[in-house]
Design a protein around this ligand. Structure first.
Ligand code: THU
Length: 133
């Protein structure tokens, strides 16, 4: 399935307008294409306990799982200007779990694969290798 990168960017910008960002004043929107064609979105939700803020990617992954799961193929995260931004380190780990090496993420220089964004990632295979499943 070929991603509509511009459509994803627009969906991310639209949901970024719902962000709850009274502390950073830095709205983020994330939009992802799932392998069944569904588009899932999320925005950042901050908290007075600054460290427990939820990134936009967390909301997007939550919607992915809550609406039936599947694998992410393409993700775009944007700032308030609609410019692609790179997921933070923690969110790269979330994306690895739900997309793995097939997933590509938009960057200012074009789409990049997860193996470049999170090289030598720890993931589900490391667990099943030991537990057997
Ligand atoms: N933020 C995200 O939502 N995703 C990222 O990948 C980077 C950072 C949010 C967290 C916080 O609400 C604000 O951007 C400033 O760091």
């Amino acid at each position: 399935m070929k991603p509509d990168w511009e459509g994803l960017r627009q969906a991310a910008l639209e949901v970024s307008r719902q962000a709850y960002v009274p502390y950073s004043h830095y709205p983020v929107g994330a939009a992802g294409l799932a392998d069944d064609g569904r588009v899932v979105v999320g925005c950042n939700v901050e908290n007075a306990g600054y460290g427990v803020a939820l990134c936009a990617e967390c909301g997007m992954v939550s919607q992915l799982v809550a609406t039936g799961g599947g694998r992410l193929l393409a993700v775009v995260c944007v700032n308030a200007l609609g410019e692609p931004i790179l997921p933070c380190g923690r969110c790269r780990q979330l994306l690895w779990e739900h997309g793995g090496e097939r997933l590509h993420v938009q960057t200012p220089g074009g789409p990049l694969g997860m193996t470049d964004l999170l090289p030598l990632a720890f993931g589900p295979d490391d667990i099943t290798h030991v537990t057997g499943g």
